[in-house]
Ligand binder design. Structure first.
Ligand code: ADP
Ligand code: MG
Ligand code: ZN
Length: 477
C-alpha cells in the first residue's frame, strides 16, 4: 500500500451571541418553545425588509481581528438560493465574493509543536430553522426559532493534515471566540459546529484529490472520529481502484459511520446574487481601529502575564488560559486566597478530573471560586491537612456546600495539639518494636510505616509535620 497524505479544510459556523436576530428584533435565545421567536421578517414573508443588526458586524470584525484577518472596508451580502423546508425564504442571506474578513491565520499547538493554519475568510450569514423528525408519526415538523440567528462562517485553508490538528484548531478557535465573548460555543447546542472537507493523495503527488464534505459536526470527538473514518474509507476506495466522488456525507455519531447523502453542490448551483434589500457594509478605519484597540486580553498575552505576575510555570499558565472560563475562575479564587500555585494545582488536578468525568465546564460546577479559595485558606492556616482537603473537595463538588461547613460538620479539623498527638505516637511506638529496631538498623522506610499508623488512628487528621517531629524525638530519645 502507498503512503497517503490527508488534506483537511474546516468550515466552522459560530452562532453570534447577539440578543436579537440578524435582521429583526426576535430573540436568539436557545431552548424556547418552537416557533415562538419568529416574525414576518425572519420567516421571510413577502414584502418585508431586513435591517442589518450592527452587532453582527462588530462581532465578526472582532473575530477577524483576533484571527489576524484583513477587515474589508467594503463588503456586501448575497443571496444563496436553495430549496429546503428549514429555510422559509428559499435563500440564505450570506456573503459571496466580498466577505467581511480575508486572509488570516491561527497558530495551533499539536503534541508540543506549533503549526500555522491559514484562514481564507470569515463571512456573516444567517442560520436556518430546524427540522424535527417525529419517529412515531413519521411527520417532520419545522421550528423557525433559529431562522436568521446570526452566524459567522470561518473557512480555513486546506492546511490541516490529521484529526489531532483539526481538533487543536477547533479548540484554539473556540478559546478565541470565548475570549472575545462573541459566541457561547456550546457545541452540544450547535452554537459552534463545523464541516470537514477531506481528501487524500499519495505522498509526493502535487494536486489535491477529490474531497468529501461532512456537515455539522458538533463535538471534538465526532470531528476526530469522522476524520479517522473518512481517511480510511477514501484510502480503501483508491487502493481498490475506485474513484472518490465529490459528495456530502452525514456522520452518524452513535454508530461511528458516515453515509453519503448527496452529490456535493458547486457554487453555481446556488445562483448567488447580491442581496438587493441590504446596503453594502462600508467600514471606516476609525471603526475598525476602535474595535482593535478594545479587544480583550487574548490567550497568549494572558499566559505571559500569568507567568510574570503569578510566577507560574509555563505549563500551568498555558492550561489556565486555554479557556477564559478557567482563567476567570483562577483569578477570582486567587484574589481571595492569594496562593496562585495552589489554585492552579486544584484547577489542573482533581477539579479538572472531576469536571471531565461529569463532562461539564468549570463555570457549570457547583464549586465556586470563593469556595475553592476558602478551602485553600483552610489548608494554608493548618486547619485541615492537604489529604483531608481532597476529601472535602469531593464533597464540595457533589453538594456545592462550602469548605468550612463540611469541615465542621464532619469533624475534619486537623489535630495540631502536641499533647494529644504525643500520646498516640507513644502508643504506636510501643506497639511496633520491630519497626523501631528496623529504623535503628538504618531502614529509614520504617518511619513512613509508623507515620502511616498514626495517621490511620486519627483518620488522617493529625498534622503530619508534628507527627514526624514527635516520632523522631521519641525514637531517638
Ligand atoms: P465550498 O465547500 O462551499 O465549496 P470551498 O471550495 O471554498 O467551499 O472549500 C471549502 C473548504 O474546503 C475550505 O476549508 C478548503 O480549505 C477546503 N478544501 C478545498 N479543497 C480541498 C481538498 N481537495 N481537500 C480537502 N479540503 C479542501
Ligand atoms: Mg462547504
Ligand atoms: Zn424575527
Amino acid at each position: 500500500m502507498k503512503d497517503y497524505e490527508v488534506i483537511i479544510g474546516l468550515e466552522v459556523h459560530a452562532e453570534l451571541s447577539t440578543n436579537t436576530k440578524m435582521y429583526c428584533n426576535c430573540s436568539t435565545s436557545f431552548g424556547a418553545d418552537p416557533n415562538t421567536h419568529c416574525c414576518p421578517i425572519c420567516t421571510g414573508m413577502p414584502g418585508v425588509l431586513p435591517v442589518l443588526n450592527e452587532k453582527v458586524v462588530e462581532y465578526a470584525v472582532k473575530a477577524g481581528l483576533a484571527t489576524n484577518c484583513d477587515i474589508s472596508r467594503f463588503s456586501k451580502q448575497d443571496r444563496k438560493n436553495y430549496f429546503y423546508p428549514d429555510l422559509p425564504k428559499a435563500y440564505q442571506t450570506s456573503q459571496y465574493d466580498l466577505p467581511l474578513c480575508l486572509g488570516g491565520h491561527l497558530d495551533i499547538n499539536v503534541n508540543g509543536e506549533k503549526k500555522r493554519i491559514g484562514i481564507t475568510r470569515i463571512h456573516i450569514e444567517e442560520d436556518a430553522g430546524k427540522l424535527i423528525h417525529d419517529a412515531y408519526t413519521g411527520d417532520t415538523l419545522v421550528d423557525m426559532n433559529r431562522c436568521a440567528v446570526p452566524l459567522i462562517e470561518i473557512v480555513s485553508e486546506p492546511d490541516i493534515r490529521n484529526a489531532d490538528e483539526a481538533v487543536a484548531y477547533m479548540q484554539t478557535l473556540k478559546s478565541i471566540l470565548e475570549y472575545l465573548n462573541v459566541c457561547d460555543c456550546k457545541m452540544q447546542e450547535g452554537s459552534l459546529r463545523c464541516d470537514v472537507n477531506l481528501s487524500v493523495r499519495p505522498v509526493g503527488q502535487k494536486e489535491f484529490g477529490t474531497r468529501t464534505e461532512t456537515k455539522n459536526l458538533n463535538s471534538f470527538k465526532a470531528i476526530h472520529n469522522l476524520i479517522e473514518f473518512e481517511t480510511n474509507r477514501q484510502i480503501k476506495v483508491i487502493e481498490e481502484g475506485g474513484k472518490i466522488k465529490q459528495e456530502t456525507i452525514r456522520w452518524d455519531d452513535a454508530k461511528g459511520i458516515g453515509y453519503a447523502m448527496r452529490a456535493k453542490e458547486d457554487a453555481h448551483d446556488y445562483r448567488y446574487f447580491p442581496e438587493p434589500d441590504l446596503a453594502p457594509i462600508v467600514l471606516s478605519d476609525e471603526y475598525v481601529n476602535n474595535i482593535k484597540d478594545n479587544l480583550p486580553e487574548m490567550p497568549h498575552i494572558k499566559k505571559e502575564r500569568y507567568m510574570k505576575e503569578f510566577s507560574l510555570p509555563e505549563y500551568d499558565a498555558d492550561i489556565l488560559t486555554s479557556s477564559i472560563k478557567s482563567a476567570n475562575f483562577f483569578e477570582k479564587a486567587n484574589d481571595i486566597c492569594n496562593n496562585p500555585k495552589a489554585v492552579a494545582n486544584w484547577i489542573m488536578g482533581d477539579f479538572a478530573r472531576m469536571l471531565n468525568e461529569k463532562e461539564i465546564e468549570i463555570d457549570e460546577s457547583k464549586v465556586t471560586p470563593e469556595n475553592l479559595a476558602e478551602l485553600i485558606n483552610l489548608i494554608d492556616k493548618g486547619t485541615i491537612s492537604s489529604k483531608i482537603a481532597k476529601q472535602v473537595f469531593e464533597d464540595m463538588f457533589e453538594s456545592g456546600e462550602n469548605a468550612k461547613e463540611i469541615v465542621e460538620k464532619k469533624g475534619l479539623v486537623q489535630m495540631s495539639d502536641e499533647g494529644a498527638i504525643k500520646e498516640l505516637v507513644e502508643k504506636v511506638v510501643q506497639a511496633n518494636p520491630q519497626s523501631i529496631a528496623d529504623y535503628k538498623a538504618g531502614k529509614d522506610k520504617a518511619i513512613g510505616f509508623l507515620v502511616g499508623q498514626i495517621m490511620k488512628e486519627t483518620k488522617g487528621k493529625a498534622n503530619p509535620q508534628i507527627v514526624n517531629k514527635l516520632l523522631l524525638e521519641i525514637i531517638n530519645k
